[in-house]
Design a protein around this ligand. Structure first.
Ligand code: PBG
Length: 323
């Protein structure tokens, strides 16, 4: 008795496996998140993210040019300001660290890669929250929306192709869309962090941006226990005009990613976040995992679950391995 159905036939050679592979990952589907720090003369390594630095203005320009050279799809900019205040005014200032960096990068690479900027206040506030606080110290949703509108406008004026709304305020996509349109920026797009969870996996990022946060983001970011509300969040963002919706983190939320991909009529992104990077790098440093195979498997899995594009700190290395 021999089995007549033999799935293994399609695994016999590398050529056969390549022929039938359902999921591919290319450099053009990867977005590199980068940090730029105000007032430093040399790039500053981030200990919890080995291989990742806080850039100077100059090193950022070089990194952007290298991203273009390897064919990446995008670059996402985060600013680390030298000073912070209660309203995060550095995020709106055209000469603030992030807006300056966007201008630098646009001058360096033009339209050769999609330039994205983080539209969120947490890097710029002295309390570390993603919005303004009311008298009781709670994050004030509607007061924050007005600031996001100004911040997004400043980023687009500086040269961002896409603004990355990562603050999880209700109505943020609609307010920012209206502000961009009112200023004539109909072609500037919105990457909406639609389903962003209150996740432990952001830990190393908070080192990277020198976050001042004490406490947590549980009143605005989503509860890891919930999948259904991710669909509600995505539906709202789509109705408000999101051009791309995102799920974040990636690897612990592949079910959510798959569900959002199932309802979205715009491209879906996933953010493989700092903790996912740190976890693998820690194991690689001990010789417990093979970096290349691990990274490529995670990216393939994120694409298989439904992501059209992936933000990953390994974008440069991964693009090199894909050549
Ligand atoms: C908020 C923001 C965060 C990340 C991206 N945008 C941090 C947070 O919500 O606390 C995390 C990204 C990562 O961990 O790699 N501006």
């Amino acid at each position: 008795m021999y089995p007549t159905s033999r799935p293994r036939r399609l695994r016999t050679t590398a050529a056969m496996r390549r022929l039938v592979a359902e999921t591919t990952v290319g450099p053009h589907q990867l977005v590199l998140p980068v940090f730029v720090k105000q007032g430093v003369a040399e790039p500053v390594p981030i200990p919890s993210m080995p291989g990742v630095v806080q850039h100077t203005r100059d090193s950022l320009r070089k990194a952007a040019a290298e991203a273009v050279a390897v064919g990446l799809g995008g670059i996402m900019l985060f600013g680390v300001p030298a000073t912070r205040d209660a309203t995060g005014s550095g995020g709106i200032d055209p000469d603030g660290v992030l807006n300056t960096a966007v201008r630098d990068v646009r001058a360096e690479v033009g339209d050769d890669i999609v330039i994205m900027a983080d539209t969120c206040l947490d890097e710029f506030t002295d309390h570390g929250h993603c919005g303004l606080l009311d008298a009781a110290g709670r994050v004030d949703n509607d007061a924050t929306l007005a600031v996001y509108a100004q911040m997004a406008l400043a980023q687009v004026q500086a040269g961002a192709h896409l603004v990355g709304l990562s603050g999880m305020m209700d109505g943020q996509v609609g307010v920012v869309r209206a502000a961009l349109d009112a200023a004539g920026h109909h072609d500037a797009g919105i990457l909406a962090y639609s389903a962003k969870y209150a996740s432990v996996w952001y830990g190393p990022f908070r080192d990277a941006v020198e976050s001042q946060l004490r406490g947590d983001r549980l009143t605005y970011q989503q509860d890891p226990a919930n999948a259904r509300e991710a669909l509600r969040e995505a539906a709202l963002d789509l109705a408000e005009g999101a051009d791309i919706v995102m799920v974040k983190p990636a690897m612990s939320y592949l079910d959510v990613l798959h569900a959002v991909a199932g309802i979205s009529d715009v491209p879906v992104a996933a953010y493989q976040v700092s903790g996912e990077y740190a976890m693998v790098e820690a194991a690689v440093a001990r010789g417990w995992l093979d970096r290349r195979r691990t990274v490529l498997e995670t990216l393939t899995s994120i694409r298989r679950a439904g992501a059209d594009l992936v933000l990953t700190y390994w974008a440069m290395q991964a693009a090199g391995w894909m050549r």
